[in-house]
Design a protein around this ligand. Structure first.
Ligand SMILES: [Fe+2]
Length: 163
């Protein structure tokens, strides 16, 4: 029987910053949904429906993190490297989409699942831990209401674009 792939959260990935952690859980959840759909034999649907949703959420999450980065590490090499990793992820997702013209969706979805797992875990374990540490060391004036408003505003613009 085929080994079931799944991206497992472990305590070492918690950053201690609630908003960042909740957004990371959501990214893991979306990644696991994509993998589960692929493993259920629906790779095309996983790439057509779930990958754009995952990418949209990832971009929202990156912009939230980058706002924090600008505040606590603006102009530093740490900020530059972190933002660069976010840009590389967005670029890589486009590359995965382009590869669909030369490989089967089953092959793409299988490899993409592994890529997402490795990227998320390695990024969260280092760059995001450092960010959360800096944010927690600062007095923040961010509120759950502002974070929620930012996400709804972002989702509305996405829904408009889809219609
Ligand atoms: Fe990040």
């Amino acid at each position: 029987m085929k080994h079931k792939q799944r991206v497992d959260w472990h305590a070492g990935l918690n950053t201690g910053h609630r908003a960042i952690d909740l957004q990371h859980y959501e990214l893991f959840s979306k990644t696991n949904e994509l993998i589960a759909m692929h493993e259920a034999g629906q790779s095309t649907q996983a790439l057509d429906d779930l990958l754009p949703s995952l990418k949209t959420y990832a971009l929202f999450h990156f912009s939230e993190e980058e706002t924090m980065l600008a505040r606590v590490a603006g102009g530093t090499e740490s900020e530059r490297q972190h933002v660069l990793q976010h840009r590389e992820f967005a670029h890589d997702i486009e590359v995965w989409n382009q590869r669909r013209s030369s490989k089967t969706d089953t092959e793409i979805a299988e490899d993409l699942g592994h890529y997402l797992e490795i990227w998320l875990i390695s990024h969260i374990a280092v760059a995001d831990q450092e960010l959360a540490h800096l944010v927690l060391a600062h007095e923040t004036h961010d509120t759950p209401a502002r974070q929620s408003a930012a996400w709804h505003q972002h989702r509305e613009s996405f829904d408009v674009n889809r219609t």
